[in-house]
Design a binder for this molecule. Structure first.
Ligand SMILES: [Fe+2]
Length: 386
């Protein structure tokens, strides 16, 4: 079991890459809720996520972004880890892990890996085939300032780093995959906008690395427990909603898709996680990549659906190549996107009204199966927003 590794597999999809994501499950069997954290509910929430979406959608993989279990004590954590991992292992697509801080309060990294089969502390893998072969990087933010492993409680969350050794590995990994759109997963954030105990200490240096390799499209984090989005240097930084934070049957996780134009669609499931449509950035404009033209995105500027802009970057072309044209989850996603625009847009009253007209379809059985069947309120909304 090494520190780093890389692997590759073909996407089962012909239109892009699609994966499931959840974070901060903080599973702890029998633990009472503290504040808004419902530790004892996470097992059922993950079971539902797997049965309702992860094993229903045709996913290339599922990833958890850390704080997989809550720390109680060493013996209990080992039991909880094995039990929760038995549930996660019922996913029919490959499962991926990211180290969080809570599983390493009592456990070592090795103890965690032995139970879960996590291949390495940090690693990368490829999904898909040319011309949309995507590269995924899983980072380990659990290092102390001297580069040693932060584990078994030997650390402070105010002082966690991407180590020099890991940085060197990352740079080599990105150089070797410069022609592939790349997506990064890490438990802690890389942001000046959050407190020190929520971000890696060398976040500025890491932002510079991500920006300089222009195949890096997005960085996904957990740990913050709430929606977070910012764009820095052409890279999307998104922190995802915490699974533990709502009483069952409330739930929160995401289905994320990358289409051939490098648009990223994040569909929040459960009504808490914001859904986004994010533009990709062009790859290889300053490099010698022979594939760069095939990856050029439809826009050089990136945007998030719930921005204040009147320009809606939603594009029907995403759905054109699929059968059915639009299905249940995609329709919910569209509604959600429109709702976000309605909340945050300058013309919010009109948009809110329109969304209100169609919102009932989200949970009804009469979901239109193609865009032309959408109710009038939705069509007006789309017309108004596009
Ligand atoms: Fe955390």
């Amino acid at each position: 079991m090494g520190t780093s590794s890389s692997s590759s597999s073909s996407s089962s999809l012909d239109y892009g890459v699609k994966f499931g994501l959840f974070t901060d499950s903080h599973h702890a069997n029998g633990e009472p809720p503290v504040a808004n954290r419902y530790y004892d509910d996470s097992a059922q929430k993950l079971t539902d996520a797997i049965n309702n979406h992860f094993n229903v959608e045709n996913l290339d993989f599922v990833v958890e972004l850390g704080d997989y279990i809550e720390d109680v004590n060493l013996a209990t954590d080992q039991i909880n880890l094995a039990a929760f991992d038995a549930i996660y292992s019922t996913c029919t697509s490959p499962i991926k892990y990211v180290f969080g801080n809570h599983e390493l309060v009592n456990l070592t990294k090795s103890q965690f890996k032995i139970v879960t089969g996590m291949p390495s502390n940090y690693y990368s893998f490829n999904i898909g085939t040319h011309p949309l072969e995507c590269h995924f990087v899983i980072l380990d933010c659990m290092h102390r300032s001297d580069g040693s492993d932060a584990e078994a409680g030997n650390f402070s969350v105010n002082d966690l780093w991407i180590s020099d050794t890991e940085k060197t590995w990352l740079i080599n990994d990105l150089q070797a995959n410069s022609d592939k759109p790349t997506y990064v997963f890490c438990h802690f954030l890389f942001s000046a906008s959050v407190p020190s105990n929520r971000r890696v200490q060398n976040y500025l240096e890491m932002q510079g690395i991500f920006t300089s390799f222009n195949q890096v499209q997005a960085v996904f984090s957990g740990h913050w427990h709430q929606d977070f989005y910012e764009q820095v240097g052409g890279v999307h930084y998104i922190a995802m909603d915490a699974l533990v934070d709502y009483p069952y049957p409330d739930n929160t996780y995401s289905i994320i898709e990358v289409d051939p134009d490098l648009n990223i669609t994040i569909t929040g499931i459960g009504g808490h996680q914001t859904s986004y449509l994010l533009d990709g950035r062009s790859i290889g404009s300053s490099s010698s990549s022979s594939h760069s033209s095939e990856y050029s995105s439809s826009s050089s500027s990136s945007s998030v659906i719930n921005s204040d802009s009147h320009t809606l970057p939603f594009s029907l072309k995403i759905y054109r190549e699929r059968t059915p044209i639009i299905n249940d989850i995609e329709f919910s996603s569209v509604i959600r996107r429109k709702f976000d625009v309605g909340v945050y847009g300058d013309n919010s009253n009109t948009l809110k009204d329109a969304v209100g007209d169609v919102g009932k379809y989200k949970y009804s059985n009469s979901i239109p199966n193609k865009l032309t069947d959408l109710p009038s309120g939705f069509k007006e909304l789309y017309k108004e927003s596009s």
